[in-house]
Ligand binder design. Structure first.
Ligand code: SF4
Ligand code: SF4
Length: 76
């Protein structure tokens, strides 16, 4: 996530997500769809304006904003 030309990044850490769909409901750009497994899927990430609403609202810290954070949390 950044304001430069870096690729946008959002990953849902499924083993932390409880499918409350706050991220789906509140994303101002409807970036998320609910996938066949019932977890939110950031399918339209190119529309993301990097407002961080999904990251800040997720009660389970399951919206991961960058690869390093995902790596840090990988085994938890
Ligand atoms: S807000 Fe968090 S817990 Fe709720 S559906 Fe989204 S990722 Fe899952
Ligand atoms: S950062 Fe904002 S625009 Fe991007 S996916 Fe999250 S809520 Fe949607």
């Amino acid at each position: 996530m950044s304001k430069d030309n870096k690729e946008k990044y959002i990953v849902i850490k499924k083993n932390w997500c409880k499918k409350c769909y706050m991220c789906v409901e509140f994303c101002p750009k409807t970036v998320f769809k609910i996938g066949p497994d019932g977890y939110p899927d950031p399918v339209d990430l190119e529309k993301c304006i990097e407002c961080r609403m999904c990251i800040n609202l997720c009660p389970d810290f399951a919206v991961i904003p960058d690869p390093k954070t995902l790596k840090d949390f990988e085994d938890r």
